[in-house]
Write a new protein. Structure first.
Length: 199
């Protein structure tokens, strides 16, 4: 992904994405997360919104059909190959199968697993659960971020969630450390963490 990032940014620009600019007209960059130097391209304070709209416009331009107000219920898997989805029309309750040559989920995370979170209401984790139930391996399922000033980290095999109260101490150069550093610090200093039993 890092290797292709520059080409992807230019591809977005050529599709019409309106990135913020430097005074001399180049695409602007700023620090983001644990970056030590400015290297994240952005579009004012609504980068994700702008990227989403750019892709949505391009999809319409190329004839992609959208099923608004439909909810994916399950994946159709035959011989360990995903062949489509089972979906429900939220407005009518109609359930249909949608056959496909390829299925790609862009469902967001599962921040709504916690009572207090700034995650979108749609971040229920249903997409992650559907994929998991179909036998698709998940990447880093033990780490989940809450975007309201705290991090929650699941420790696989222990049945515990830890609330990391001193996240900044993990990497003093950044507000949030990378997950691998943070996980190592959380395990190494478990006595300094508030431990909450998973439900």
């Amino acid at each position: 992904m890092v290797k292709d990032a520059i080409d992807i940014v230019y591809a977005y620009e050529h599709m019409g994405c309106v990135f913020s600019r430097t005074p001399d007209g180049r695409i602007a960059q700023r620090r983001f997360g644990g970056h030590s130097t400015p290297r994240a391209n952005y579009a004012a304070d609504w980068t994700g919104h702008v990227l989403l709209h750019t892709i949505h416009e391009q999809a319409h331009k190329h004839g992609v059909k959208f099923y608004s107000e439909w909810f994916a219920l399950d994946l159709i898997v035959e011989d360990r190959v995903c062949k489509g989805v089972v979906a429900m029309n939220i407005q009518t309750g109609e359930i249909i199968t949608m056959r496909a040559k390829a299925v790609m989920f862009g469902t967001g995370g599962y921040g709504r697993a916690w009572k207090i979170t700034s995650n979108a209401l749609a971040n229920t984790g249903d997409g992650v659960a559907i994929a998991y139930n179909a036998g698709i391996p998940l990447m880093d399922p033990g780490v989940a971020a809450k975007l309201d000033g705290q991090k929650i980290m699941e420790i696989p095999g222990l049945g515990l969630s830890v609330q990391v109260n001193t996240w900044v101490d993990v990497n003093t150069r950044a507000r949030w450390a990378s997950y691998d550093l943070a996980f190592g610090a959380a395990v190494a200093e478990a006595t300094a963490l508030t431990v909450v039993k998973s439900q």
